[in-house]
Design a protein around this ligand. Structure first.
Ligand SMILES: *[C@@H]1O[C@H](CO)[C@@H](O)[C@H](O)[C@H]1NC(C)=O
Ligand SMILES: *[C@@H]1O[C@H](CO)[C@@H](O)[C@H](O)[C@H]1NC(C)=O
Length: 472
């Protein structure tokens, strides 16, 4: 199936892309990722404004958290401000030569120390308390309106889907609509915005790039950042058989995690140097990559994904210690392999919940902010005996929900589909996946859709799905 994921290299107005600094590539120094920072516990307060007062009591009263009282007497938590013990105010931001530009500016060096100093200066770097690693998700689309049928409406739904996932998981979402470098448009636009996001969010441990045409289809799954990806700086989804044959489809560049550190900046530099912002090198790389990869057929144009695949697969000895190719679960799955299974997956999850003893609590109504607790309980039930086969996050075998379903080649914004796919299959597939995700979110609000492709919602009965499921 050579058209698996094909379309990634078509003109992809939905995918933002860009290139990176013109610096020479240093050998990665394997900078140890910053340790989980205890101060992040304080950051967590920012996500939990409503319970600020109570949580402050639990955590002690960090001087760097400003508690103000809103007009209605409701305590508000603002972002941390430095206290007297928090060190100098001058940070890397005060360096007039610091450049946000991925291509033209001075090369950024010593980032790990600069970032650590910033965290200390803001009282965010104290040690001793473990807390979740902070993530900023970055996505984006083109600066101008979509030409395709209902393209803007579809983009809105794709964005809503990311907002939902981020709200449920305490992730900040940055959505970009600008090409930060004039020649890094289309697929290459992601590199400059990811790099700029690192500088703008020194408090984020990870930047998570997600293409605009990717849909979160498991609202429960949390990334194994502190476990499986501990010590790694770059994570992307790969397909084993395509890695073996060195295909340009071996690793998907549409969804990746990158740690906020110097190693990552160096990787982005190296990747960007293969791109259109460096025309001579770009042309040379296009030939090199074309002859190295099994199935890359164009000498004149090099897409960001083929460049990444080449970079990783042909430099694995150098990069493999810190890079991680995820093949075990669906960090993303090609939509054509998945949309036909979504109804079956929903039915299997519903059956497990219907059978689950009431004391497991899966059928309890609950506040959305308790989502992750219920997600963990549901994960235990569907992952256990008599549950739903397959790995959490979805996989080739089994019936677990895939974390992300990626509509490569459907081009919802432009409508310029890969000719291998029909309009009906793309349109139905996207609506099915988006509705599948929406039902997981709507449940906390007491509703769900009447049927997979039906926009009417129905109220959920008490004790759903034990009382009455849609499908029984
Ligand atoms: C190669 O890519 C260029 C730039 O996108 C395009 O104009 C050209 O038609 C492509 N050639 C082939 C053989 O696909
Ligand atoms: C959608 O569901 C509602 C409620 O069950 C139903 O009345 C309506 O006919 C359905 N619409 C379509 C297009 O099937």
């Amino acid at each position: 199936m050579n058209h698996r994921m094909a379309g990634s290299s078509e003109a992809a107005p939905l995918s933002v892309s860009a290139s990176s600094p013109a610096a020479s590539i240093k050998k990665p120094h394997g900078a140890a990722p910053p340790k989980p920072l205890a101060g992040r516990a304080r950051d967590a307060l920012v996500f939990a404004a409503g319970v600020a007062a109570a949580v402050l009591v639990l955590l002690g009263s960090p001087s760097s958290v400003l508690v103000a009282t809103g007009s209605g007497g409701i305590p508000l938590v603002s972002f941390p401000v430095p206290g007297p013990e928090d060190g100098p105010r001058t940070t890397f931001y005060d360096d007039p030569e610091l450049s946000y530009d991925a291509v033209r500016g001075r090369r950024l060096t010593d980032w790990d120390a600069k970032r650590a100093a910033w965290l200390r200066s803001r009282g965010l770097a104290t040690t001793g308390r473990s807390s979740p690693e902070r993530v900023v998700m970055v996505s984006g689309s083109q600066p101008y309106p979509c030409h395709g049928d209902a393209g803007d409406h579809l983009l809105l739904r794709f964005l809503k889907n990311k907002l939902d996932y981020c709200r449920l998981h305490g992730i900040k979402l940055l959505y970009n609509r600008d090409f930060l470098h004039p020649s890094m448009t289309s697929l290459w636009a992601k590199i400059p915005i990811v790099r700029a996001a690192m500088l703008a969010h020194p408090d984020a441990e990870w930047i998570w790039w997600v293409d605009s045409d990717a849909v979160f289809t498991d609202m429960d799954f949390s990334l194994p950042l502190a476990t499986r990806y501990a010590g790694r700086n770059f994570v992307a989804y790969g397909v084993t058989k395509d890695i073996k044959r060195k295909s340009w489809l071996a690793i998907n560049a549409g969804v990746f995690l990158i740690r906020n550190c110097q190693w990552s900046l160096d990787l982005l530099d190296e990747w960007a140097r293969m791109g259109p912002a460096y025309p001579e090198e770009h042309a040379r790389w296009a030939k090199t990559v074309q002859s190295a990869l099994a199935d890359k057929g164009n000498y004149t144009w090099l897409d960001d994904q083929s460049a990444l695949v080449y970079l990783l697969l042909f430099n694995w000895e150098r990069l493999g210690e810190k890079a991680f190719i995820e093949t075990e679960y669906y960090l993303m799955v090609f939509w054509g392999d998945m949309v036909g299974q979504l109804d079956g997956i929903a039915a299997r999850y519903e059956a497990v919940e219907r059978r689950a003893p009431a004391e497991l609590g899966l059928r309890r109504r609950h506040a959305e902010r308790e989502h992750l607790r219920y997600a963990a309980a549901r994960n235990a039930a569907v992952g256990g005996k008599g549950g739903v086969p397959g790995p959490a996050g979805g996989g080739e075998d089994g019936w677990r929900r895939p974390l992300i379903t990626h509509f490569t080649g459907c081009q919802p914004c432009s409508g310029g589909r890969n000719p291998a796919y029909s309009k009906e299959s793309c349109d139905d597939g996207m609506r099915r996946a988006l509705g599948f995700a929406d039902d997981q979110v709507l449940r906390a609000y007491g509703f769900r859709h009447a049927a997979p492709l039906n926009d009417t919602v129905l109220p959920l009965p008490f004790d759903y799905p034990a009382a009455r499921g849609r499908s029984n």
